[in-house]
Design a protein around this ligand. Structure first.
Ligand SMILES: [Zn+2]
Ligand SMILES: [Zn+2]
Length: 445
């Protein structure tokens, strides 16, 4: 029998965690963080919270349902490196005695998180490549299939069981012209769908209500090119902020920065961590062309140097795309901690979208208000999404023809689009298309 434990990511956007129980063995998929809960915590330093406290404030998934099965958990498998998928692993994974499996890049990012929290998972981290299998036990095998998203080495996880295959596609988009890495491995998916019984598809439904198809990252690259090479910026500084784990976007920025003959500098701790992890994984070698500075004191020193040597020779990439109070761009704009003067017509590019939570919307508004006081030129939403839209969902369902579908990555309002699509395609509510909820256990027959 197969039971799906919907642990996190079914009632909110974040803290993704699902456990699949196949007879008496369990595989855990993702252990993510719910960042708004951490940011909202006002009673002190969230770094001092215990695992129990973090569960209580809703920052990490509540895995209590698994406590009685602790010894049956055979593997923790991570699909990609975003914090809403791996950010709780430093706190939760050590309570289980099993390997933690991901692609090389995902594991390298996890290592940085573990270092930050001073936790160790010694000898348990197991990187495997997409396109390969791993035997978990006599009855369970996992396979990593290449898929595209907004960070490298994202995989679609296939769990091979005697009842059929369970696919875990959280997160993904269908990008046929990716800027880094290969396009989705449609051949393998088609092969598995034709040759085997596809029992269940657990699918990222964050944008299930958005019609059409998510544009390729190549489109974002063209948008960036248009702003960077198509507008006049001589004599002024260019500052770009984007998601630190978006290595493909960073690669495009470097390409155009070189076209403009500017020195390229990356500033900020999270940029440092994600880029170094990508270099350690052999994905890119940015250090050849870019100075990457993580420590705050060195960032300040570099900014003084930029002012002295002529700001118009530089393109800065820095943290702060969501207006986070602690990020470099915010500190520059607020003249807090960092003394660096923005001038009229300096170019500020937000290569991202604002994550739609109350706090980030407010943070971004504040940041933009400050930037406008300097009369900087602001370019927003130079970006395409990393998540599949409605028609991408249809493609995957038609390709895999799963017996059951379970939407994830939001509450029912958010996953509604996939529910409607599934019903349209002949699935039956609560029989073959299931509505998750944190804490719910779903039997798959
Ligand atoms: Zn993601
Ligand atoms: Zn996600």
């Amino acid at each position: 029998m197969i039971e799906v434990f919907a642990i996190g990511g079914y009632s909110e956007v974040g803290k993704n965690m699902t456990a699949i129980k196949v007879d008496d063995e369990i595989i855990i998929l993702d252990m993510g963080l719910y960042l708004p809960a951490v940011l909202k915590y006002e009673e002190g330093d969230p770094r001092e919270l215990t695992t129990k406290d973090l569960i209580k404030i809703g920052a990490i998934p509540d895995d209590e349902v698994l406590h009685k099965y602790k010894n049956q958990v055979k593997a923790i498998v991570l699909g990609h490196c975003h914090l809403d998928h791996i950010g709780a692993a430093p706190f939760l994974a050590r309570h289980y005695d099993c390997p933690v499996i991901g692609t090389r890049y995902t594991i390298e990012v996890l290592k940085k998180l573990l270092e930050e929290h001073e936790y160790k998972l010694e000898g348990r981290l197991k990187p495997i490549n997409s396109g390969t299998h791993l035997e978990i036990s006599e009855n369970l095998k996992i396979e990593f299939i290449n898929i595209t998203h907004s960070t490298p080495q994202t995989v679609l996880i296939a769990i091979h069981t005697k009842y059929g295959i369970i696919f875990y596609a959280n997160d993904f988009k269908l990008d046929n012209y990716p800027v880094i890495g290969a396009k989705p491995n449609y051949d393998r998916l088609k092969h598995l769908a034709e040759k085997e019984n596809v029992l269940l598809l657990i699918m990222d439904s964050l944008y299930s209500n958005s019609e059409g198809k998510t544009p390729s990252e190549k489109v974002a690259k063209e948008m960036l090119k248009d702003v960077l090479l198509g507008t006049k910026s001589e004599g002024n500084l260019i500052i770009i902020t984007t998601f630190s784990s978006h290595i493909a976007r960073l690669k495009s920025i470097i390409e155009f920065g070189k076209n403009l003959n500017r020195k390229i500098v990356f500033l900020g701790r999270s940029l440092f961590n994600y880029v170094k992890a990508a270099e350690a994984s052999g994905i890119v070698n940015f250090s050849k062309n870019v100075e990457i500075i993580g420590y705050r004191s060195l960032v300040k020193k570099k900014l003084r140097e930029i002012e002295k040597q002529g700001r118009s020779n530089y393109l800065i990439v820095c943290t702060g795309n969501q207006g986070e109070p602690d990020a470099i761009l915010t500190k520059i704009a607020n003249k807090k901690d960092i003394q660096f003067e923005l001038l009229p017509n300096d170019v500020i590019i937000f290569s991202c979208r604002t994550i739609p939570t109350e706090m980030t919307i407010k943070n971004r508004e504040n940041l933009e208000k400050r930037l406008k006081q300097f009369h900087a030129r602001i370019f927003k939403e130079v970006h395409v999404s990393g998540h599949a839209f409605h028609e991408d969902h249809r493609e995957i369902i038609n390709l895999l023809k799963p017996k059951h579908i379970l939407p994830i990555h939001g509450d029912h309002e958010i996953t509604k689009g996939l529910e409607i699509l599934a019903l349209e395609l002949g699935y039956k509510l609560n029989k073959t298309v299931h509505l998750g909820e944190d804490g719910k256990i779903i039997e798959i027959n």
